[in-house]
Design a binder for this molecule. Structure first.
Ligand code: PLP
Length: 412
């Protein structure tokens, strides 16, 4: 059986114009003819017909596989499917690379883009790992992060106008834990004016609900671990870019040298998850709406953060740039830490765990779990109050999730 050719630019976008996104979830991603399901290629290296062919492939004169840290057919098919989804309906070829984790995606992306002395302009409430990377690690390489509130676009413009060392604007929208959103279109328009690239962490929304490339983004990345895999079986990431030349030169070189690649088994699990992505997102959104509707009626809760509620400060923006409001909710229990602990401990159907985007409902109480060692004043800055509960609403029947929550609320 012949291996598929190492395709470095997604082909599917030509086809995507005539297919719906549900069909791309199922069909996009090229692999060998006659295999119904994507094969797993657990091989570290690939054979050459002869020295001449090896030389032609290694010098990029001929497309072909060399070594699985560089490319692997299983991973490539998955990257191609994700590129097709992010580029759905856009007349824009995209190139994606599957990485070992979401953090692998953010780190290789920034290492390939930024130079010593440059700065990353970003906002509060980034995922903790991304923030640590920006605030603690990049400064060692003489790259600084400038963190501001992106609600104030004049401030964004002022910084871009006066500081020509800004090498990248990095956005995460919607973001933890309050589901704060950033206006992608407006920020990208400013960035273009000052010739600065914009990257967007699209993990919470997925390409089904939000397409940052349509709004002017240059790079998009995901923690594939979450909704794209959807079943909690993989740690993975992906970076997608619209500058094919950059993605296949500087980015690819950095990716190879940092050993950021995924592996064929994880990629295969992601491929299976992606086939049902649009279906799953539809139900995640539907269930989250019902669960949020229940939570706002509860006396023990002082605040519900859900983008579908008109009182959420970013409701209008979310309506404008997302197709639906997603599956994430957080809420504040009036009873603080103690109530949070009791609520979590009483749950029977929903799972007590970090992470998000799986078929089952995951619930966490950051103050007593992930942020237990962070002083209260510090975590409050990020909206992590004593009684904050974070919910990744799953695909169980909404009534069963609500019943579990009602029972747990009666125990606090
Ligand atoms: C929004 C977001 N981005 C990036 C990451 C990092 O992804 P990973 O854990 O797959 O490395 C996470 C992980 O929770 C996340 O929630």
């Amino acid at each position: 059986m012949n291996l598929p050719k190492a395709t470095f630019v997604t082909q599917i976008y030509f086809m995507s114009k005539s297919l719906h996104i549900e069909s791309l979830c199922v069909k996009a991603g090229e692999y060998p003819e006659h295999s119904h399901i994507l094969p797993i290629y657990p091989t570290s290296t690939y054979t050459f017909d002869d020295a001449e062919q090896g030389a032609a492939i290694l010098s990029n004169q001929q497309k072909g596989y060399v070594y699985s840290r560089f490319e692997n057919p299983t991973s490539d098919a998955v990257a191609e499917k994700i590129a097709a989804l992010e580029g759905f309906g856009l007349n824009m070829p995209l190139q994606a690379y599957l990485t070992a984790s979401g953090m692998g995606a953010v780190t290789v992306m920034m290492m390939s883009l930024l130079k010593q002395g440059q700065k990353v302009l970003t906002h509060y409430s980034l995922y903790g790992g991304t923030e640590e990377w920006l605030m603690r690690f990049l400064p060692k390489l003489n790259v600084e992060a400038v963190v501001i509130n992106f609600d104030d676009l004049n401030k964004v413009e002022e910084i871009l106008k006066h500081d020509n060392s800004i090498g990248l604007i990095h956005l995460e929208t919607p973001a933890n834990p309050t589901l704060q959103c950033v206006d992608i279109k407006a920020v990208c328009a400013l960035a273009k004016k000052y010739n600065v690239k914009v990257s967007v962490d699209n993990t919470f929304a997925t390409p089904i609900l939000q397409q940052p490339f349509a709004m002017g983004a240059d790079l998009v990345f995901h923690s594939v671990t979450k909704y794209l895999n959807g079943h909690g079986t993989t740690i993975g990431g992906v970076v997608i870019g619209n500058d094919i030349e950059f993605m296949n030169s500087v980015f690819r070189k950095t990716y190879r040298l940092m050993g950021a690649n995924s592996n064929p088994f994880d990629a295969w699990l992601v491929m299976n998850g992606l086939k049902t992505l649009s279906l799953r997102m539809e139900r995640h959104c539907e269930n989250a709406k019902k669960v949020a509707g229940f939570l706002i009626t509860q006396n023990a809760i002082s605040k519900v953060n859900y983008l579908g509620l008109t009182e959420h400060p970013n409701h209008q923006l979310a309506k404008q740039q997302m197709k639906n409001f997603g599956g994430m909710i957080s809420f504040d229990l009036k009873g603080g830490i103690d109530a949070g602990r009791k609520f979590i401990n009483a749950l029977q159907l929903c799972v007590k765990a970090v992470s998000l985007g799986t078929v089952d409902t995951l619930v966490s109480h950051p103050a007593s779990m992930t942020h237990v060692n962070i002083p209260a004043e510090e975590r409050m800055k990020y909206g992590i109050t004593d009684g904050l509960i974070r919910v990744s609403v799953g695909l169980e029947h909404a009534d069963d999730i609500i019943n579990d929550f009602e029972m747990a609320l009666s125990k606090i």
